[in-house]
Design a binder for this molecule. Sequence first.
Ligand code: ZN
Length: 198
Amino acid sequence: MDLYSGHINKLIEELAALPGIGEKSAQRLAFYIINMPKDRVDKLSKTLMEARDKVRYCTECFTLTDQEKCPICSNPHRNHRQIMVVENSRDLAAYEKTGKYEGVYHVLHGCISPLLGIGPGDIKLKELMTRLEGDVDEVIISTNNSLEGETTAMYISKLIKPTGIRVTRIASGVPVGGDLENIDEVTLIRAFDGRTEL
Ligand code: ZN
């Protein structure tokens, strides 16, 4: 039996499919949206469409950006010979917020997970190796401290070792299974400063 109109059900269904939004929150949001002034709903849907259309990967580090090259990659004052490898743009943002890192990044967009069937070919690893053909002094692997993050770190370090480029891993001040984005800045800086050779 349909408790609500088909359109509301459809809206609840779409919202509930978003990460972190359960059935109850989806219902609350759906009713909120229905009661919003029409111009605000227009603005919201336009913002969604524009973000989806305009946002793309930086051609160098693969973070999400509005331009061909992100502001970090196009900044000549950053150290382009030091590359920090992170799982996603949110982790990049976490490190950027510390204001202490002067190098550039490489965003993998995931990590290797045999359990989920995600292999090295499914993340931006080939792209990282291409970048390393240029002048690079150090690759800092800052994947999360989860089983997948560790597997990915090991895999990358084995790939890079033969090139002679220094490979380091951030210290494990970061709790196991903890997402980098949820960790405070002091811990992040400590993890960075305490990085070890792989
Ligand atoms: Zn970039």
